[in-house]
Design a protein around this ligand. Structure first.
Ligand code: SAH
Length: 253
């Protein structure tokens, strides 16, 4: 029998940001393997009889080893279960969705992928800011702030040079390395470059800070902004003096 697994994007947290396709897949599933960043509101779409397996780091425990997750998905799919692998944001934006799909396909499993709204986009939108702007923001770079597995750090001055040309930097997993990241970007970008950080985008507990690149790390430490958070750097934020009109302002930290 040929098994099937759906890799489904749970979006940034607000269940209303789920796609119809994702909501249907979640409801149909008989087995769900769920990451940490999937909100309870999204899980409410699951069938009461479904098996929901949390495979993240919830409660401070070590995360489930990837090999175990892969094996479990494979075994359940081969049993004929409707398996949904539910991931925060979009399943193919960081978070190893691509690797999981490759391994499943190598075992002959059919993999469907359902897009979700990635947290980087939700974070910017929650500030009332566009991703691009014809005048001063010509593209977006999605990048991880987490050190690479091979130990090679990203070259932040190069990314700063891209931002200097009007590309918006949207940085995932950047909070713990913020000092390095800021120092690297500031080799190229002026300290007054607009910056923001958004924690828990789209959820009731969302917090955000707007500042300048030169004070970004200090603000993150001072306001105790932790993961999950998105850091945004670029001129696209420069209209933020009109913050009081933005939807996120009511929830400002
Ligand atoms: N696939 C996910 C990203 C997984 S990597 C997506 O498309 O969004 C995990 C990182 O995503 C976190 O460290 C954080 O940087 C970001 N993230 C996920 N959900 C978030 C949220 N609601 N608010 C802010 N950042 C979030």
């Amino acid at each position: 029998m040929i098994g099937r697994v759906s890799l489904v994007g749970a979006g940034p947290g607000d269940p209303e940001l789920l796609t119809f396709k994702a909501a249907r897949a979640i409801t149909r599933a008989t087995v769900l393997l769920v990451d940490d960043l999937v909100s309870d509101g999204v899980l409410a779409f699951a069938n009461a009889a479904a098996r929901v397996i949390h495979v993240g780091k919830r409660g401070g425990c070590a995360s489930t080893p990837q090999a175990f997750i892969d094996k479990l998905m494979l075994a359940e799919a081969l049993k004929g279960e409707e398996v949904v692998r539910l991931k925060g944001g979009d399943p193919f934006m960081f978070g190893r969705g691509g690797e999981e799909a490759e391994r499943l396909r190598a075992h002959g499993i059919t993999v469907d992928v359902v897009n979700g709204i990635t947290s980087g986009l939700a974070a910017i939108t929650s500030l009332g800011v566009p991703f691009t702007h014809r005048e001063h923001a010509h593209g977006v770079i999605f990048v991880t702030g987490h050190a690479r597995a091979d130990g090679q750090a990203l070259h932040w001055p190069t990314l700063g040079a891209a931002a200097a040309q009007g590309l918006t930097l949207v940085i995932y997993m950047g909070v713990s390395a913020i000092d390095t990241l800021q120092a690297g970007l500031q080799q190229v970008l002026p300290a007054h470059t607009p910056a923001a950080v958004v924690q828990h985008a789209s959820l009731p507990q969302q917090r955000q800070v707007f500042c300048r690149l030169g004070t970004l790390a200090a603000q993150i430490h001072f306001k105790a902004i932790g993961s999950p958070a998105i850091i945004i750097v670029g001129d696209v934020l420069r209209g933020m003096s009109s913050l009081s009109n933005s939807p996120g302002a009511a929830r400002a930290a």
